[in-house]
Structures are given as structure tokens and as C-alpha cells.
Design a protein around this ligand. Sequence first.
Ligand code: FES
Ligand SMILES: [Fe+2]
Length: 402
Amino acid sequence: MNKPEEGLAPARAKIPIERYSSDAHFRKEIEKLFRRTWLNICRADRIPEPGDYIVQDLYALDVSVIIVRGTDKRIRAFYNMCPHRGNRVAMDQCGNRRGFKCLFHGWTYDLNGACVAMPGEKFFPGVERSDARLVEIHSDVWGGFVHINLEENPEKTLVEYMVPQNGLDGYLEQTWYPNFHYQAEVNCNWKLMIDAQIEFYHFDALHEASLAGAASVRDHIPEVFPDGDGIIGHTEGYFSPETAKHPPTDVQMIAQEQGNAVYFNPLDEGKAKQPINAPNAIAMSGRDDWIADSYSLLPHIVLLIQNNNFVIQRAWPVSVNKTIWDLQGFSFEPQPPSNFGEFFNLRMVQYGQRDVLSEDLSTLEVTQRNLGAGPIRNFHFSEQEGVLRQLQERIESYLAKP
Ligand code: FES
Ligand SMILES: [Fe+2]
């Protein structure tokens, strides 16, 4: 285990604020980090059938991507760009098709990206259909998530990138039921958004009225991976009844009894917990009072894992001070809910997350507005904020590459 104080020199606790406010630094992050690392896009089971596809905008990268399952069941990723004159070949967000027809002049592509129709083909002497394919992007699946890499020749495969290989992928790979999805455009730097989710130091202050009402967190154990790559580190949290500030409400207690999903709630005692098949990644201490693990994955992913449910947050950079926040919640069982009690239980998790994450978002825009003012030039990250330190280290190591 690499505690922050063992893995990081004290000087690294001081982080230049410029990294969050400088346009030049932001552009470097986009080109040297986002354009070169593996990016988590969606669950593979979101597109289960041949022809199922989704379209993802990569915002600051000025790229639109199609992720599609072929007739051979393989998942492929393509630039959403027609080789004729650059139009998007998929204008919608998702669906099922036998191929993609560009609406500008009608060039048409099959699910493998091959050009199968080129109206007026005889007027394109010298242009072979084989030269007119959709351009494929490297893609692979890890932990049940489709990832892409925009590099022509990625430095590492996705498996090589996702180190340390501690079994987190096996846990995520299971069949998860999509419980809820939120998106928001937030006027802050993408790292500010991630930082707010990968430490538990803020729980007692920021979540005083919500989370602290049902649970409190103690003994944070940030574990960081100085020799890793795509996996930065994680923090585990535990329920601490003697310091919990408020008892659970009656509604929380009723909802809790109706299903298996719990949300930062002590009442999971005695309930059937999902078998945790990643003993080296999650709930590592084996303590009965474990309530959550918060993982940071490079570059833009936060995973908040709890009993029978997890939330993935993607911070998509738009500009130095604008980020699309995308949050999806998944539950292990019931899949899907089969009666009102189970439905009620899942909604309790959803609205609990919504309220707490709204509190998290509340600090971001005002913080970002402060950053350009200049009187304070550095952030101070504590040992409890060790995962933030490690994330900074890893980002800077990418920016230092040629
Ligand atoms: S731009 Fe697509 S067919 Fe012309
Ligand atoms: Fe929070």
C-alpha cells in the first residue's frame, strides 16, 4: 500500500493554481493527455446488438466519435466524419442501423466503416471505395467499459495502460443495471470537478446537511499508485456511528428495507452485500463498516463504489473553465426492479446521489471565478487529499513527454 506520505515528496502538496486557469496549460492537457490516453466512453452492454451505436462528442478535442457493434459482434469506433467533404455521418445520439448514410451527398458506410455506396461514382476517377472508408479509432473494453485512444499507434494497449491490475476491472465487468443518468455544463476547469470527488476530507463540512445526516466518514486511507498509469489511486470510507451527526430519516429507513442498494447508510448491517470479488481493489480492509471506495482513473474518470451500486463520473473538458459533467449510476440488483419496493429503493439511491452531488457542484463555479484573481497562487493538498496529489503528478508526467 502506498500511502501518500510514503509515495510523494512534501513539496508536491503545493499545486500551482495556474494549472486550473491557464489556457496554454489547458491546450497542453488536451493535446498531450486526452489525445494520447485511453478515454472511457460507455458501457459495452449499452450497444448489445449488431447495428447498435452511440455518438460521443469529445468537446475540446473537436472530435465526434461513433461507437458501433458490427455484425461480427465486435465493437468498433470511428471518427464521425464523412471522407467525402467532412460532414457527420451520424447526426443523432444513439440507435440501431445497418449502416451510416451521409445526408450531404449520400455516401454510405457499413458497420465496419467500408464505403458501400458512392452516388455518381464514375465522376470520381481515381477515388477507390477502399480509400473512402470511415477512419477507425483504436477501441477496447476494460471493466465492461468501451475505451478509445485517438493516437494512431497508442503507446500501450488498454490492459497495459490500466495498471495496477488489482482486479477492479473484474468487479466492474459484472452485469450492472443502469439506474440513472445526469448531465450538466459547469463553468469550471475539469480537474476542479474531479478533485471534488476523489477525497473524503470535505464530507463533514460540505455535506453537513445531507451525507453527514446518514453517515460520517473516518480513517480515510488514500492509496496511490506512483508506478501505475491509468489508475491513479483511491480512498476508502467507513461508517462511524459514534460521530454520525443525524439519524437516518424514516423515509430512508423504509426505502432501505425494500431492496439491496444502499447509499452512505449504516442500515446495510445484516443485509446481503454484493460479493466483492476484487479484494485487492475494493473494501480492502475487509471491515464491516466499509461504505465506499472512490477511484480516480486517468484522465477524466471518477468511480464511486458502494454496496450494490456504483456511480461513474466523466468530466469532459470544453475549455479551460467549462466542463461537461456526465454522471451515470448503476446498481447490481434487482435488475431491473420488479416491484414498487425495489423501485423505491433504487430511487432513494438516485435522489441521495443527486442531492449530495449538487452540493459538490455548488463550490465549483465560484472557485473557478476566484482563480484568475491572483492573490493566491497555489493550492495546498493534504495527505488525506493524496489522490489529488497523485493525479497532478501523473498529468504533469504526460505533459512533460515530447
Ligand atoms: S460530405 Fe458526406 S457525402 Fe458528401
Ligand atoms: Fe462530495
